[in-house]
Unconditional design. Structure first.
Length: 273
């Protein structure tokens, strides 16, 4: 009889997890998730599927975490197995909505990080991709400490104090993000160098960007869009003819964009405007 009760309990747990993991389903409530080694990717920790390989990563999906009484909404530490955190909403975390420390091979995609101290923090982590997420009204959107070879791609940052902050973090890729309404858009500090910051749209920030060491702000053809930067585009190739200066030591975007796909083109002026 006890075995039967236990089996029913397991089935209820698996059905609950299964319903929350259906693509497009409404996010289900979940408590804070803490994973501290490769063996804790389990259903009780919100894992919906996967075996932890590159071809079949663990998937944590479809959860809504109110972290108002927790330091973290999702915390992963000391793992090397492949995993994805997808379509998860975290709000109100005292330290970070999602924290990855000493992690390799993680992905965070399609998530909403709202009103946390930090949306996502990476510490001593590598080969992590953060993509297609929304970061709203966090103190910091994404903060990297001593982390390299990571990607921050195609996210929306809105009204964060600092949207992207790198401390002593090298060779990361920051591409295709909309960075709006921040006190500081991108802050590359403590010797962060060799980072590629390309095709982003910096819009209505108090300060767009700062770096204290050389970083890459343009490819051989295109750089970033800097709201309210106004120069001359004599040949009308969509690139301003003057560089956008990042700091006084020579860090600059040599090919600033006149327009950006994420920024609506203003209506032409008329006599009535």
């Amino acid at each position: 009889m006890k075995q039967g009760v236990a089996l029913v309990g397991v089935l209820i747990l698996l059905v609950g997890v299964g319903l929350s993991c259906v693509a497009g389903a409404e996010r289900a409530e979940h408590t804070a998730i803490v994973i501290t080694n490769d063996y804790e990717f389990t259903p009780s920790n919100g894992v919906c599927s996967g075996s932890g390989t590159a071809e079949d990563p663990y998937v944590i999906q479809g959860w809504k975490i109110d972290a108002g009484y927790d330091d973290y909404g999702v915390r992963v530490h000391g793992t090397t197995r492949y995993f994805i955190v997808r379509d998860v909403e975290v709000a109100g975390a005292a330290k970070a909505g999602m924290s990855l420390s000493y992690v390799r091979n993680g992905r965070i995609e399609g998530c909403l990080l709202d009103a946390n101290w930090v949306g996502v923090v990476l510490s001593y982590s590598t080969f992590v991709r953060i993509s297609d997420c929304v970061f709203e009204t966090n103190t910091d959107g994404v903060h990297l400490f001593y982390s390299g070879e990571n990607q921050i791609l195609y996210n929306v940052f809105d009204r964060n104090d600092t949207s992207i902050w790198l401390d002593a973090s090298n060779r990361n890729e920051i591409t295709g993000n909309l960075i709006h309404g921040s006190h500081m858009g991108a802050y590359l500090n403590l010797g962060s160098t060799g980072n590629r910051v390309l095709m982003n749209a910096f819009v209505a920030n108090l300060h767009n960007a700062y770096s204290d060491e050389p970083n890459v702000w343009n490819s051989d053809r295109q750089g970033n869009y800097w709201n309210e930067f106004d120069a001359i585009d004599a040949n009308e190739d969509g690139i301003w003819d003057s560089p956008y200066l990042i700091n006084s030591d020579g860090d600059q975007d040599s090919y600033p964009l006149v327009t950006h796909p994420l920024v609506p083109t203003p209506e032409p002026e008329t006599c009535d405007s």
